[in-house]
Design a protein around this ligand. Sequence first.
Ligand code: G3H
Ligand code: 13P
Ligand code: ZN
Length: 324
Amino acid sequence: MNTREMFKRAVDGGYAIPAFNFNTMEQMQAIVQAAVETKSPVIMQVSKGARNYANATILRYMAEGAVAYAKELGCEHPEIVLHLDHGDSFELCKDCIDMGFSSVMYDGSSLPYEENIRISRQVVEYAHKYDVTVECELGVLAGVEDEVVAEESHYTKPEEVIDFATRTGCDSLAISIGTSHGAYKFKPEQCTRDPKTGKLVPPPLAFDVLAEIEQKLPGFPIVLHGSSSVPQDEVDTINKFGGNLPDAVGIPEEQLRKASQSAVCKINIDSDSRLAMTAAIRQYLAEHPDHFDPRQYLKPARENMKKMYIHKIVNVLGSDGKLG
Ligand code: G3H
Ligand code: 13P
Ligand code: ZN
C-alpha cells in the first residue's frame, strides 16, 4: 500500500509510522515479526546503497515475501509500504515505481531550490499516475552516510514550505531540524558530557522550526530522517567485544516521542538496526570462537534487531495497535 491513508491516520492520531531500512533477509524478517507482533503499520525502505548491495530485484521480491510472511504469521491485513529511501534522480525513482514500489522519496535537498522543485514535480507527476506516494526533502541534514553526504546542516526554512509543497505536489515533506544520518550525529563540542557516565548529551532538536512548519502546513505529513537514537548499551557491547565506536551519539528517544505526537508521521531508523546487529554478532562470536555457521550468529542478531524494532514501535513512535 502507499502512505496516504497511513499518514493521515498517524497525523490525526498523534503517532509516527516506523520507516526501517533493510538490506538483508534477517532485517526484513525482524521488521515483519516486530510489526506483526505489535500490530503496527510499517514502511520498509530501500536505499540506493541497499540496491547496490543486495540487488534491486531481490529486494523488491523480498518485500513481496514480507507481505506473505506477515500473513503467514497471522496478520490478516498487513500494512506494509515498500519505499525508496533517498532517490537521487528521476530515473531511479521511475525504476522503483516501475518495479512496484508503493512509495518513493526524491531527495533533491542538496540542489538549488528551483532545481529541487523541478525534479520533485517530475517524480510526483510520474508517481501519481500509478498511485505511488512521494516524499520530498527541503533543508539539508548534517552527517556522512555511505551514499548520503552533506557537509553541513541547514534547517528547513519555514517560509519556503508552502511554496515547495504546493509546487511539487509531494505527499510528505522531509525536513531538517537537527537530526542527521549515522551513529555520530553530533560532534563532542556540540554536546555536554554526563559527569557520571562520561557519555555525550546532545543538543535538543529545533522544535521551534517544526512548530513553524506545522503552522504553515497544518496536517501535512512531515518526515524525520536521521532518527536513530544510537542506544548506548549496543555501543558499549560493540566496544566491549572488539569494536571501536568512541563517542557515538544519537537523538534521545524522548525527543522522538515528542516529535511523533506532532505532524511528524514517519521516522527513519537505520543505524540502530546496524548497531543491534553488529553488537549481537560481535558478542556471539567472541563468546563462541569455535562457531562458524552464519545461522548461529545471525539468529541472535535477528532477535536483537526485532527487540529494538518492537521497542521503537511501542515506546517511542506509538504505532502499535494502529492497523486500520
Ligand atoms: O539515510 C540513509 C540510510 O541510512 C541508508 O544508508 O545509503 O548506507 O544504505 P545507505
Ligand atoms: P539513521 O542513520 O539515524 O538511522 O537515519 C536513517 C535514515 O534517515 C534513512 O533515510
Ligand atoms: Zn535518510
